[in-house]
Design a protein around this ligand. Structure first.
Ligand SMILES: NC(=O)c1ccc[n+]([C@@H]2O[C@H](COP(=O)([O-])OP(=O)(O)OC[C@H]3O[C@@H](n4cnc5c(N)ncnc54)[C@H](OP(=O)(O)O)[C@@H]3O)[C@@H](O)[C@H]2O)c1
Length: 301
């Protein structure tokens, strides 16, 4: 893998993250090539990573065994048609990270048969903690699958799906997923401030709690339901908050949001307001129980 030559078409955020991840994993910068129209960006890529950068997509594409299409989805049609001759002649592995654009369309724009892996990464890839799903078309060999997986693993988790249509579900779950957690973080912070905490205190407590919960869920071999049960003592503060979430069917709210995402609808503002209100009520219930327990265990203040 370290000796595979890789050409990135588009040297923006995602390409930079992948290049950074590959170099950290030991790839040779001399085997990484980037096509990028912006001169300032090219200078940055050369200076920061020591890779070869050029404005000429075809020249860059002709140098590598793997082609990573890292332009915006709207630019993909023009970019791939321009590379069709090179791809048909050299038959590289083509990896698309563009959201939404289907393998059949990319293959057609590339002039016919081509080994294409379509991927759906997410934004935490920018900080090396992404979650990417990959789909390979029938022209992709086993060794090319391994190469594609290693490239995406340079910025986090990489998992395969067997049917391309599942990438729409992946988009709704992990592609849009970071925003759901950000939404919950916003609601928790607001509720903390409402209960009297300093804004910075509420922010730090929220972030560390989100980080700690994710770390526990990753490191302890129990599912989320079991972990939740573990921190929910009968009659305790967490139980009070959770019962508010359950009464209001938070899981139904989440399922509706995912369905909306699948249908490519905007998350309704109503949902955001509902969630803010729900989180505020849940935290109030937990705070109230905390006061009750303090009174019960230590006598009235
Ligand atoms: N960022 C994410 O978290 C994320 C998550 C999932 C999927 N993706 C996918 O990843 C792809 C790249 O996203 P990004 O966030 O990295 O976008 P980005 O930062 O805008 O990068 C795209 C780069 O491509 C360059 N470019 C534009 N037209 C080009 C052309 N004809 N030939 C070569 N390069 C060209 C752009 O240069 P200029 O800026 O000079 O136009 C820009 O540097 C997108 O398709 C997106 O759907 C991104």
């Amino acid at each position: 893998m370290k000796n595979v030559s890789i050409a990135f078409i588009g040297g923006g955020n995602m390409a930079r993250s992948l290049i950074g991840g590959l170099l950290t994993s030991g790839s040779d910068p001399g085997r990484l090539y980037v096509a990028e129209p912006d001169a300032g960006q090219r200078e940055f890529l050369r200076g920061r990573f020591g890779v070869h950068a050029s404005a000429d997509n075809r020249d860059i594409a002709a140098r590598a065994e793997v082609l990573v299409l890292a332009v915006k989805p709207q630019a993909l049609h023009g970019v791939t048609e321009d590379l069709a001759e090179i791809v048909q002649t050299r038959q590289p592995l083509v990896i698309s990270i563009a959201a939404g654009v289907r393998e059949a369309d990319i293959r057609q724009w590339l002039g016919g048969e081509a080994a294409i892996v379509r991927t759906m990464p997410n934004t935490p890839a920018l900080v090396g903690s992404g979650a990417t799903a990959l789909f390979a078309n029938p022209w992709v060999s086993d060794s090319q699958r391994q190469v594609a997986e290693s490239i995406m693993r340079a910025v986090g988790l990489a998992v395969w799906v067997d049917h391309e249509r599942l990438l729409d579900a992946v988009t709704a779950l992990s592609g849009s997923g970071p925003a759901y957690f950000f939404l919950l973080m916003e609601a928790l912070e607001k509720a903390g401030i409402r209960m009297g905490l300093e804004a910075e205190t509420a922010r730090l407590l929220t972030l560390q709690t989100a980080f700690g919960a994710a770390k526990m869920a990753l490191e302890i071999p129990e599912n989320a339901a079991a972990l939740r049960a573990r921190v929910t003592s009968p009659g305790g503060t967490t139980e009070r908050a959770i019962s508010v979430f359950q009464d209001e069917q938070l899981d139904v709210l989440i399922a509706r949001s995912l369905a909306a995402s699948l249908a490519i609808m905007e998350t309704p503002t109503l949902l955001t307001d509902q969630l803010d209100d729900l989180v505020a009520r849940a935290l109030d219930a937990a705070r109230h129980r905390s006061e009750e327990l303090g009174n019960l265990l230590g006598g009235q203040p």
